[in-house]
Design a binder for this molecule. Structure first.
Ligand code: SF4
Ligand code: SF4
Length: 227
């Protein structure tokens, strides 16, 4: 089953529980500096299907073309330089703001302790990825990429701050929703730990399997990182 087939199997009413999770995230006032939009965020499959059905498919053709270029550029060069999220348009606005994933909604709502603790986990994971790439692909991540960190935001004033357990509780709900897709046979394990850029690129090129595949793009990405 193709990625497009899987997304098409998800009906609009399936997004209702996802929107309830989103509704429970505290809101707040934000300066809109986009400092937090500096990575490819993790995303559940149900969230990605929502991004496609209620975001990507509603974009004008020229916006979709511009997004495709930015997503491709991000993917191919993410191991050599830190970048902004490719969903930011030329006016620094999120192209999928209404359907943005949970990590984007949570930014600024965590206590400083919860934020820094979570970042320590992320950095441990990043080091593991760097080690794996060095051992298996002979690729050395640039220092800027290895040490990249999005700083805690002092400017966002949330209506309520969330501790680690509350944040984990929200992610657990997304895992349960994806679990339902798993038991219906819509997804398998390979979709359990994905990020927005990789899935978007896979979706955008899925219409053109005779032009390029994700395997060919991965090979090109490795080649660029070794130059
Ligand atoms: S949440 Fe903070 S870092 Fe993100 S755009 Fe708002 S003010 Fe900037
Ligand atoms: S998806 Fe939108 S809100 Fe999330 S990081 Fe990208 S630009 Fe920012």
């Amino acid at each position: 089953m193709t990625l497009i087939n899987r997304i098409q199997m998800i009906e609009q009413n399936t997004f209702a529980p996802l929107n309830r999770v989103y509704s429970s995230v505290p809101t707040g006032t934000c300066e809109g500096c986009t400092a937090c939009c500096s990575e490819s965020v993790n995303i559940s499959f149900l969230e990605f299907s929502n991004v496609v059905q209620n975001g990507l498919l509603k974009l004008e053709p020229h916006d979709r073309a511009a997004l495709t270029k930015r997503v491709l550029s991000y993917y191919l060069t993410e191991w050599i330089k830190p970048q902004k999220c490719p969903f930011l348009d030329d006016q620094k606005r999120c192209m999928i703001y209404e359907v943005r994933p949970l990590p984007c909604r949570l930014f600024g709502t965590a206590t400083r302790a919860a934020y820094e603790n979570n970042y320590r986990h992320i950095q441990v994971q990043n080091l593991k990825v760097a080690k794996w790439l060095a051992q298996n692909e002979k690729i050395m991540l640039s220092t800027a990429v290895r040490n990249k960190k999005i700083d805690f935001c002092e400017a966002f004033i949330p209506t309520e701050t969330l501790d680690e357990d509350s944040i984990q509780g929200l992610y657990d709900q997304l895992i349960n929703l994806d679990g339902q897709l798993f038991f219906k046979g819509i997804i398998d394990d390979s979709f359990m730990n994905e990020n927005l850029v990789n899935l978007t690129l896979a979706y955008l090129i899925a219409d053109h399997p005779n032009i390029i595949t994700m395997e060919q793009l991965y090979a090109l990405k490795c080649e660029i990182a070794k130059r």
